[in-house]
Design a protein around this ligand. Sequence first.
Ligand SMILES: *Cc1c(COP(=O)(O)O)cnc(C)c1O
Length: 414
Amino acid sequence: MSVTERQLPVHAPMNQFAVRGGELVVGGECLSLLAARVGQTPFYAYDRALLRERVATLRHVLPPTVKLHYAMKANPMPAVVGLMAGLVDGVDVASAGELKVALDAGTKPHEISFAGPGKRDAELRQAVASRVLINLESFREVAVLQAICSQLGLPARVAVRVNPDFELKGSGMKMGGGPKQFGVDVEQIPALLVSIARAGLAFEGFHLFAGSQNLRAESICEAQQKSYELALRLAQQAPAPVRFLNLGGGFGIPYFPGEQPLDLAPIGDNLARLAQRAQAELPDASLVIELGRYLVGEAGVYVTRVVDRKVSRGQVYLVADGGLHHHLAASGNFGQVVRKNYPVTVGNRADARERETASVVGPLCTPLDLLADRMTLPVAQAGDLVVVFQSGAYGASASPQGFLGHPACLEVLV
Ligand SMILES: *Cc1c(COP(=O)(O)O)cnc(C)c1O
């Protein structure tokens, strides 16, 4: 290995999956047999045991009074939502479509909250009729809910989504601070609270979500701290005691070379301090954190079969049967500024000694259809199974499956 090679940042080890007889083991099954069982490639596989383990790890670190919610937009596969619903304290939905999946999964209405910047009247009506908590994101929603409540003769349970006056530093995707389409600016919250009281809506709390995909514990702690202080100030003007204080989430997972897993311990300590304060300062409130990718992202793989192996002017291309249309994020086209490789391997040759530099591309007629750009991979041939790790969140449902008319992928929970 040359000096320059050694200095290159590498992917965090993907040792959540064992290797047996040279094959990656997913859901207790060797990858080739799993592929045979699924009956086609490409597919996503989500490992039940890893999902359970992740929730257990979090429970161990979080103070027992802090409620853990699953933000199901990260992975809305009904079987996954069903499993998660049984493990967490609540499910956060972002559309009436997700609300249906959460209710079908058996989530109790009082454990569901509904956020999103453009809730249509029909969605708000469904939410009121379902008796779930609605995270208000505009003055308009107050007026619409008032009308719906009088039509249905039901109360509307609401929390206020606050667009804070700070950002989550080092966040992959900022969703609070500055001008934003999410929530209501903190400066406008006093007026919103007055209109909620006038409309007779049942105020239950505040929701703050500053950003996503953060790997810096100190930034997350700082955002939680500031969110708590802000909510405490706003609570003085609220028409009813705060029952839920959703401090957001933003816990990230390592995707790219050089990224390290999030250190949970300081976050657990910080939340324990806040939970203790809340007992005195907001005695009716439960603290909530809502996580998507951190709960499901590392438990999933995307599996695609090599259709062809080509060498173009010295560069090896493994042409696979799946790509951007199933896994937009791994192709680098889901919000990344500079394209970087997800961790990838050849799952049926996982511990092969013989390696080479190869690119994995998909079948689409666009150079954007790239799953691995000149990575060091086990030497692979047509028929081998390429695996993209860290694929349990923002995969199938966040990809343009119809683009170019190739077959859809399957999803299995194993
Ligand atoms: C998307 C979203 C989440 C989940 O974000 P992750 O990065 O997947 O944890 C949580 N809360 C809200 C309000 C969201 O919009």
